[in-house]
Design a protein around this ligand. Structure first.
Ligand code: GLA
Length: 407
């Protein structure tokens, strides 16, 4: 993917030079379309709040709310329909939408009219996870259908392919099963390219067989690294810990996906919502909100639209953060940012404030020497990090600091 883009750019530049060498007219350089997902995709997905109940009207409302709440201005652009929009195929194999989505093209036009993009969902099997029609043997047809509707993002979910294809056709041969899975994702990757519309390709196969190693080569822009996130701290913290070691696989155009955001869902405390969002930013994770937008509380909106934290996630260097060390129940992560800056996250994973009392940062372990001037990204206040300062954090809260010139 990257190679072909570079070739395209190189050939366009060459065409320009060649033409100017042959005659006086210098043709303007044709600009190829910007690659999708140059930074981790941001938006909202229907599943975490609506699950199987989502309708066309909910998606329109979500688009309206993304604009009205300022989330669009904060960078949330993709409005993604998850599972349960599908009906059956007709005699020509064309997939139809069900009655909850009467006119997908009109819906895409509406979402686009707000300056937003529309995402959709399918999978390589016969059925999706919720039992609706998926793309098996209709990959090219479906990719063309999405392109004709104006779809900008596809989440492609393994689901029934595992049981009905992998396990059924290669029982007891895990290696053969994994080859089938990769081939299935490759097939849709090619179909999307051939459909000729820039569509973000999101792989959802729960991190099996290290997708970070093979997904970028088949055009994957993001790949789930774990099972489904849930709106509770145990699930979120478990996922955070599973990301250690994956940083080297992320970069512009291809991202590890620790799953969508649960910020504002379930019974997460404000500290937990802050930590969830802080750590997804440290991980250069896609930021796909999944909350009840029309009833979003101001404090949840403040978290999702915190421009300091979003800027860490969207940093153009695209270097994912790493776990540096843990001391007791406190975890310390760091992330290199463009311009030589650095983000440091100190997370109290303990069930009490006492877990971080007293906690002293080990700057040497972060590769830092002496006091570091920074900005606390949640209070927006200046802060100087020293080894002596006692850091006290509420249970499951995170101190997130940007150091502009780390020493
Ligand atoms: C799987 C995915 C979820 C969601 C559901 C829809 O569980 O991992 O993110 O898309 O399917 O059925």
């Amino acid at each position: 993917m990257h190679v072909s883009r570079s070739l395209l750019i190189a050939s366009l530049v060459f065409a320009t030079i060649a033409s100017s060498a042959q005659g006086p007219a210098i043709r303007p350089v044709a600009h190829p379309p910007l690659p999708v997902a140059a930074t981790p995709p941001m938006g909202w997905n229907s599943w975490n709040f609506f699950a199987g109940k989502v309708t066309d009207q909910d998606i329109r409302n979500a688009a309206d709310q993304i604009v009205a709440t300022g989330m669009k201005d904060a960078g949330y652009i993709y409005i993604n329909i998850d599972d349960t929009w599908e009906a059956e195929r007709d005699a020509s194999g064309v997939l139809h939408t069900n009655s909850k989505f009467p006119d997908m093209k009109a819906l895409a036009d509406y979402v686009h009219s707000k300056g937003l993009k529309l995402g959709i969902y399918s999978g390589p099997g016969l059925k999706t996870c919720a039992g609706f029609a998926a793309s098996l043997d209709h990959e090219a047809q479906d990719a063309q259908l999405y392109a004709s509707w104006g779809i900008d993002y596809l989440k492609y979910d393994l689901c029934s392919f595992r049981r009905d294809e992998m396990a059924a056709k290669a029982p007891n041969d895990k290696a053969a099963q994994m080859r089938m899975m990769i081939a299935a994702y490759d097939k849709m990757g090619k179909a999307l390219k051939e459909a000729g519309r820039p569509i973000v390709y999101s792989l959802c196969q729960y991190g099996w067989d290290s997708p970070w190693e093979w997904a970028p080569a088949l055009g994957g822009n993001l790949w789930r690294t774990t099972g489904d996130v849930q709106a509770n701290w145990g699930s979120i913290y478990n996922i955070i810990n599973q990301q250690a070691g994956l940083a080297k696989y992320a970069g512009p155009g291809h991202w590890n996906d620790p799953d969508m955001l649960e910020v504002g869902n379930g019974r997460l405390t404000l500290a937990e919502n802050r930590s969830h969002f802080s750590m997804w930013a440290m991980l250069a994770a896609p930021l796909l909100a999944g909350n009840d937008l029309p009833n979003m509380k101001p404090e949840i909106k403040a978290i999702l639209t915190n421009s300091n934290v979003v800027a860490v996630d969207q940093d153009k260097l695209g270097r994912q953060g790493t776990h540096v060390y843990s001391d007791g129940e406190v975890d310390v992560w760091s992330r290199s940012l463009s311009g030589g800056a650095m983000a440091v996250a100190v997370l109290n994973a303990g069930s009490d404030r006492v877990a971080s009392h007293p906690f002293h940062l080990n700057l040497a372990k972060l590769g830092l020497h002496g006091p570091q001037k920074g900005k606390d990204l949640w209070t927006s206040k200046d802060i100087t990090l020293t080894e002596n300062m006692p850091i006290e954090l509420d249970s499951h809260d995170t101190l997130l600091v940007r150091i502009a010139s780390p020493k």
